[in-house]
Design a protein around this ligand. Structure first.
Ligand code: DGT
Ligand code: CA
Ligand code: CA
Ligand code: ZN
Length: 579
């Protein structure tokens, strides 16, 4: 439904008209229409198609023309036209609670404020109190609104899996006018969530780069349009994208600088100072002389380091290791020989086992692990014992026809309320591997249940160990450090669930697991063969967790795979207390 998108635009039009001091009736007509559209339960696009816009109260000819134009062309010319008449950054300022268009106009006329930073500064000045209608109380309210706005904005991070396709589309769109172009910032570091997106490029045609950028068809708002920098907001996700154009001569230095992280850069700058050098987004300088800047390699070479993989640039020891020549050899996509967490149509997946096998072969995999749900997860098509046996027979049959790949008979088996697994041991014994997952009782003894489950010699992997969903939920009440410790002691592997909204374990916990010699496993949790590509997100987490291929079960040939249940036979004594 486009209802709220259209309501937002009408609201903004009202704000701008108010800022410009226009007719109050006109303004209130926009506000009323906006509210009614936002609250209307039917899809406005459907109404428009049936010529029934008048069903929504408060929609006159003027606004109905706007809506018509919106659905025909994707934008409203009146909106574009009045946007030209105000400073570009105002649209953002107008979103601040307790700061209405009228006050904004006062502040603008008197102090020429244009940006969030300007506003922050002005609110500190005693002169602000001399404006008509401005008292301590009002200033305090605006200050609070501003703080709320800033903290909300900081919270609004989107998942890497959502950001990546948006960025690659923009990069493709910009390529024709760029000599080189690359994402930088947190996206290039493949961080699990992204605040805003930074893109850097060089071009022979500097003038036209920003122009083309702000005309990107997915743009819902242009925030800045300068000679060397542009900022837009893209529609669906209200995600901010900054593009910077630099001279080819500084491209490497700028790429290094804007990739960050800030902490990594600070450490590098300290190193530079110690050497009597200066490093900035323009290059590395010895006095006035530029000694590096064209490529990132040149920049790192000044410090006698190889280019540090962007995923490591978080100041977690990577600079020290690089100086010693001891950076890890990070796992790469080509090292991945298979996926472990795939649901077939025997539980809640969409594809048949044969389709899954064909897809895996097309990706060059040497194995694929089918991990359907167990009987207690009824909501997810959990398999009865009979159905599990039937599925295993099906796998045997398909395996005969596809000898080029090993199909592992697995299960995503619920860890029950008492820490036991959802099938009897003699059934688990028929599987090649078992992922144990918590799917209910998120706040009941999760740590203890997981540890007890690890005492079962048939358990190989703990699935999505913290249970968090990036966009929706914190995760279980679990002491993840303890789970990692016991995984280390029992040889159980921990999953990096690569489903875009999970990325669970995350990079920090992967680092901890690595220190305890815990083996990790990337599982896409694919419920459709299109989701196999989430493996790249899991790989990003693995790389950010400093993993080398020997630490990842996905990188072993099935014949040599160190699944631990072949080794561990006995329960570990001090787990008994969790029984
Ligand atoms: P985000 O957007 O919150 O996901 O995280 P980043 O890392 O993309 O941060 P952002 O967009 O604020 O800045 C992009 C990069 O620019 C950042 O990673 C490093 C560089 N940068 C920004 N501000 C500073 C700064 O004050 N000092 C230094 N050394 N670098 C900075
Ligand atoms: Ca960023
Ligand atoms: Ca940025
Ligand atoms: Zn699960």
């Amino acid at each position: 439904m486009k209802n709220s998108e259209i309501a937002d635009i009408l609201d903004e039009i009202a704000d701008i008209l108010e800022f410009k001091g226009e007719n109050v009736f006109k303004i209130s007509a926009y506000r009323k229409a906006s509210r009614n559209i936002r609250e209307f339960t039917e899809d406005i696009e459907q109404l428009w198609r049936n010529s029934e816009l008048s069903k929504i109260p408060g929609i006159g000819k003027n606004i109905s023309d706007h809506i018509d134009e919106y659905f025909k062309t994707g934008s409203i010319s009146k909106y574009k036209e009045i946007l030209q008449k105000i400073p570009k950054t105002f649209v953002e300022l107008m979103k601040i609670q307790n700061l209405g268009p009228k006050t904004l106009k006062l502040l603008y006329d008197r102090f020429k404020i244009q940006t969030i930073d300007d506003l922050k500064n002005v609110l500190q000045k005693p002169e602000v109190l001399t404006l008509p209608g401005m008292g301590e109380k009002k200033i305090e309210n605006i200050r609070q609104g501003l703080e709320l706005y800033i903290s909300k904005k900081a919270e609004q991070r989107i998942s890497l899996g959502v950001a990546l396709p948006i960025v690659s589309e923009i990069v493709e769109y910009m390529k024709p006018v760029c000599k080189s172009i690359s994402p930088c910032g947190s996206l290039r570091r493949m961080k699990e969530t992204i605040g805003d997106i930074d893109i850097l490029c060089t071009s022979q045609d500097m003038k036209n780069v920003i122009k083309r950028f702000v005309e990107y068809p997915g743009t819902s708002r242009v925030i800045a349009e300068g000679d060397t920098k542009g900022s837009i907001i893209v529609k669906e996700k209200s995600l901010q994208i900054d593009l910077r154009v630099v001279e080819p001569d500084s491209y490497g230095a700028a790429l290094q600088y804007f990739t960050g992280s800030k902490q990594h850069n600070i450490k590098l700058r300290t190193l530079a100072k110690e050497k009597g050098l200066k490093i900035s987004e323009y290059g590395v300088f010895k006095g006035e002389k530029k000694i590096a800047g064209k490529t990132e390699q040149d920049v790192y070479e000044v410090f006698k380091m190889p280019v540090i993989p962007p995923e490591l640039r978080e100041d977690r020891g990577e600079i020290e290791q690089a100086l010693k020549g001891e950076l890890p050899e990070l796992v790469e996509l080509k090292d991945i020989l298979g996926d472990f967490h795939v649901h077939s149509d025997f539980s809640d997946g969409s594809n048949t086992i044969e389709e899954i096998v064909k897809k895996s072969i097309s990706l060059g995999y040497k194995f694929v692990g089918i991990a359907d749900h167990s009987r207690t997860s009824r909501f997810a098509g959990g398999m009865s014992v009979e159905k599990l046996i039937e599925r295993n027979m099906k796998i045997d049959e398909i395996a005969r026809r596809y000898p080029q790949i090993k199909i592992l008979k697995g299960g995503e088996v619920d860890i029950l309320g008492d820490g036991t697994l959802d099938y009897p041991d003699e059934i688990l014994a028929q599987l090649d591997f078992v992922i144990g997952s918590i799917h209910q009782g998120f706040h009941k003894n999760v740590t203890e249940r997981m540890i007890k489950a690890m005492g079962n010699p048939y358990l190989d992997i703990i699935g999505h160990p913290t249970g968090r969903l990036i966009s929706r939920r914190e995760g279980y009440d679990v002491d993840i450090d303890k789970v990692i410790e016991y995984a280390g002691r029992t040889g159980v592997s921990l999953e990096i669930n690569a489903y875009f909204d999970r990325l669970d374990l995350n990079d920090i916990n992967v680092l901890k697991a690595r220190q305890k010699n815990v083996m990790l496993v990337i599982g896409t949790d694919a419920h459709h063969i299109n989701m196999f590509e989430y493996i790249k997100l899991g790989l990003a987490v693995a790389r950010r967790g400093w993993l080398e291929k020997r630490m990842l079960l996905n990188c072993y040939n099935p014949a040599q795979m160190p699944l631990r249940r072949k080794n561990l036979v006995k329960y570990i004594p001090d787990m008994i207390k969790y029984k």
